[in-house]
Structures are given as structure tokens and as C-alpha cells.
Design a protein around this ligand. Structure first.
Ligand code: C5P
Ligand code: ZN
Length: 470
């Protein structure tokens, strides 16, 4: 959905007006999301305010709750700047000086009540949806935050690579196997200043840090028959191509391979892949050449996972320090990443071994109870959906216990969105009908509901999904 010239003009005007508000402030409270996009966005906002000489504090939130709304409305700082959150709950905010740089589906109640007077108020809402763009592929929370940062000072384009990490962290490159729309413009900034190199490569996870055998064996999105979960198959594959797996007794990583070795391996892997999976298996990958080798920070996808594994384990500050260039935070990040890996792998086995996945006609679902953290259940739901265990042509809904009820995560294949599915409205409507709240994106959304309402909630979700995709 290319943005029209009129929409882009409106966005430029809104960015300029938000930049003026920011420059006029002496103090700002930055509120941001705990995922990779949110941490990148928070870091960009933090450094932007720092460079403007504004007194600032950063706080991370898992989601917008009533308490967060109250806190935002009551803060005494000149300005509150919410990144990668907030749009879904716009009508709840009543403070006068607020900037939101987000890409979640905006609160429909706010859209309806918006009047021409709003453009004179102190509310600066910067969201791709309001400019006719797609918030799941064209620009993310970190991207919108970056655009405002660059509007404040063009030299802030040295932070473009963080917006690339945020976009990849939110899977904005998945549909086209490349960044598109405004993300592409931001990518060009990062390339122009030498922070990112665009490479055509396999799109499996772990190019920089996974031992070569595991890199191939754990390829799951898409699965490659003969390699995925086939340790022996991977060794034989490398052997048959004459590619050494180890060097000086240590496993090589994919990015250690020469161009010629990679080309030979890619050609064979694409032959082995199901033809419908080839586009997903191969495409653009983003290398961060100025980052230290062996840390995972040299690949945008792995960088995003490092941020995710900090934020989702109550340690978003470590992610923030990394984005600010503090390499001493990497030790903490390694610990978080090991914990993340363990948690995800035990969550996947728990769901599989206990046959928790249930199918209904229009949805499939599982209840992870207290076995999976509420901050991770969405990632797990996405992995179950793309694993062989599951059908892809209906959405997946996952439950996990949380302090304030039951956390719900919903994920769907993008092809369903083309048929009319919008999980954001499904989660918002169904959650509100059972006394909860929710929102998100068309392909990935979430909610929190009362613990005794799961069945009723699933019935409503199924009803809405069936009416959307009919
Ligand atoms: O938590 P989960 O990863 O499932 O969230 C998917 C998307 O939905 C995220 O972008 C999240 O910010 C959004 N969400 C929301 N409101 C909620 C829960 C999740 O907007 N109550
Ligand atoms: Zn985001």
C-alpha cells in the first residue's frame, strides 16, 4: 500500500510539529515496550533527548494497562513520549503534552472522536495507519521514533540501524523477505552511513553465532526436508558439498563460509525446499559490519533476539545499554540469551509432549498455564504456528497465566490477512466482551482477560474470525 503524496505531506507536518514540542521541553518521560522494537525505539528516543540536552528517564512496559495510563496522565515532566505502544489506547490519555511514535492499530474510539481541534492540541500521534500505510510491514515503532529523531536533527541518522533492528525484530521483513516502504528509506540511511550492509542470503536464524550444523539443523521457518531436525542429514549435506564444518577444531558459523561455499549450499538448499517455501528461505539479510564478531550484534535478526531476550526477562535495561553502544552489557545479554533459549525450547517441548494444541473449525489454541512466561507466549505461539505440528490456514491463540489475569497471544499466517483477518480487532473486541482488553496488529495481537473466561473468549474469537475470513 504505497503512501500517497498527501499522506506523506501530512506525516511531515506532524513530525515537524512533534519535533518542535520536543525541542521546547526541558524534561521528558520516555515510556516504551519491552520487545526488540520497543527497546530500539526507547534507545533512539533516549539518545535524541540526550543530544537535545533534555532531562529524561526511560521506563519499559509489557503493555498498556490502567496503571500505565494513570501514570502517563499524571507525570510531571513537560512531555511524555510513548514509543511502540499507546496507539491502541489513545482515547484513555488526557494529558496535554504527549508524543506517541507507534505502529499498532489505533484505538477506533479515538479515530471516531478526532476533530480538527486535535491538530492544535498537545497530542502528537505519529502512526503509519493514520497516513495510509501498513504498520506490519512498512514501518515499526523504532522506525517512527527514528523519523521524529531525524526531524529533530538530520545528524541523528546515525541511529538508523537501530530502526532496522526494530523492524526486523517485529518481522516487518517477513512478507517480502526484505524491508519495504518507509523501512526501505530508513534502511538506505543506515546503508549510506556504513552501519548496515544488505546481503542476499539464506534467511535462517543464527548466521553469526550458531555452529554450522545447528544453523542448518534448526532451520524451521521454512523447514528444509533432509536438514531440519536431521543432525546426520546436515553433516552429510556439508560433506557432499565439500564444505568443512569445523576450522581449528571449532564449528564454523554460516558467515564464516566463503561466497562460493555459500552459493553452492544455497543453490542445493533451495532445490531441497518445497517450491512454495523458496521465497521465504532466501532474501535480504542485514549485516551490521561495525559490530564485534561473534556477539550476534553483526546480524540484525540476531541483534533483535538479544534485545528480546533481555526485555522479555525483566532486563530491558541491558538491551538499552547495548543499543547505546555499551559493550560491557553483552555479558548480561549472554546470560539472558541462554535463559531465553532454555525457556523457548522447554516451552515447545511442553506443548508438544503434552499434546496441548487443540483444533476448532476456525482457530487452534493451547493453554500453557504457568509453564510459559506471559512475555514469551507470543513468540512460542508464532513458533508453533510455523512448525510442522500445526496447520497454517487458521490462526493460533495461546494462553499463559499472568499476574492480572490470563495473557492471550494470537498469531496468523499473512495469507489470512489478505482474506480479511484482523487479529487486532478480534483481540480488542473479544477481550472487551469478557471484561478484558487487547489490541495489536493484523497478524499478531494480544489481550489480557479474566481467568474464568477462556472458553467464552474462544467462542467469541472463533465467531469473529469466521465472520472476517468468510
Ligand atoms: O504479547 P504478544 O507478543 O502476543 O503481542 C502481540 C502484539 O499485540 C504486540 O505488538 C503487542 O504490543 C500487542 N498487544 C496489544 N495489547 C495487548 C497485548 C498485546 O496491543 N493487551
Ligand atoms: Zn513494534
Amino acid at each position: 500500500m504505497p503512501a500517497s503524496a498527501g499522506n506523506l505531506d501530512r506525516m511531515r507536518r506532524d513530525l515537524a510539529s512533534a519535533a518542535r514540542a520536543l525541542k521546547d521541553a526541558d524534561s521528558v518521560r520516555i515510556v516504551t515496550h519491552i520487545d526488540a522494537d520497543g527497546i530500539s525505539a526507547g534507545a533512539i528516543a533516549d539518545m535524541t533527548a540526550e543530544r537535545l540536552g533534555i532531562e529524561r528517564t526511560v521506563c519499559f512496559e509489557k503493555k498498556i494497562t490502567e496503571e500505565v495510563v494513570k501514570e502517563v496522565n499524571g507525570r510531571r515532566e513537560d512531555l511524555v513520549w510513548i514509543c511502540d505502544l499507546g496507539s491502541g489506547y489513545l482515547s484513555e490519555f488526557d494529558r496535554d503534552s504527549l508524543i506517541i511514535t507507534d505502529h499498532h492499530v489505533p484505538d477506533p474510539r479515538w479515530m471516531k472522536s478526532q476533530t480538527v481541534l486535535d491538530s492544535f492540541s498537545g497530542m502528537h500521534h505519529l502512526n503509519p495507519h493514520t497516513y495510509g500505510m501498513d504498520g506490519t510491514t512498512e514501518v515499526c515503532g523504532a522506525g517512527m521514533t527514528y523519523l521524529l529523531s531525524k526531524e529533530c536533527d538530520p545528524s541523528n541518522s546515525d541511529m538508523a540501524y537501530l530502526a532496522v533492528v526494530g523492524a526486523v525484530g517485529d518481522f516487518q521483513d517477513s512478507a517480502a523477505s526484505a524491508l519495504v516502504g518507509l523501512n526501505r528509506t530508513i534502511l538506505q540511511d543506515a546503508v549510506a552511513n556504513g552501519d548496515v550492509v544488505v546481503e542476499e542470503d539464506l534467511r535462517f536464524f543464527g548466521r553469526e553465532t550458531r555452529p554450522l550444523n545447528q544453523y542448518l539443523q534448526f532451520s524451521s521457518d521454512p523447514r528444509i526436508p533432509g536438514l531440519s531436525e536431521n543432525a546426520q542429514g546436515c553433516l552429510e549435506f556439508l560433506d557432499s558439498l565439500g564444505i568443512r564444518g569445523k576450522s581449528n577444531g571449532r564449528w564454523r558459523v554460516w558467515n564464516d563460509l566463503s561466497r562460493d561455499e555459500k552459493d553452492r549450499a544455497i543453490e542445493r538448499i533451495l532445490d531441497m525446499a518445497d517450491p512454495s517455501d523458496r521465497q521465504r528461505a532466501h532474501g535480504e539479510m542485514y549485516l551490521l559490519p561495525n559490530m564485534p564478531r561473534g556477539t550476534g550484534l553483526r546480524d540484525a535478526k540476531e541483534f533483535a533476539t538479544i534485545l528480546n531476550s533481555s526485555g522479555r526477562y525483566d532486563d530491558a535495561d541491558t538491551g538499552l545499554r547495548i543499543c547505546r553502544g555499551d559493550m560491557t552489557a553483552l555479558q548480561d545479554a549472554d546470560r539472558n540469551r541462554a535463559e531465553h533459549r532454555r525457556h523457548i525450547s522447554s516451552a515447545m517441548s511442553y506443548i508438544k509432549d503434552n499434546h496441548l494444541l487443540r483444533q476448532r473449525r476456525f482457530i487452534q489454541w493451547f493453554d500453557a498455564g504457568s509453564e510459559v512466561k506471559e512475555t514469551v507466549v507470543g513468540i512460542v505461539a508464532g513458533m508453533v504456528l510455523s512448525s510442522g505440528e500445526c496447520v497454517r490456514n487458521i490462526p493460533i491463540i495461546a494462553f499463559a497465566d499472568s499476574d492480572d489475569g490470563v495473557k492471550v497471544s494470537a498469531r496468523a499466517d499473512r495469507s489470512l490477512v489478505d482474506k480479511g483477518l484482523d487479529l487486532s480487532s478480534v483481540m480488542k473486541t473479544a477481550a472487551e466482551l469478557v471484561g478484558g482488553y487487547g489490541g495489536g496488529h493484523t497478524v499478531a495481537a494480544g489481550a489480557t482477560i479474566p481467568p474464568d473466561k477462556k472458553e467464552e473468549f474462544l467462542d467469541i474469537v472463533e465467531d469473529i474470525v469466521s465472520s472476517q475470513v468468510d
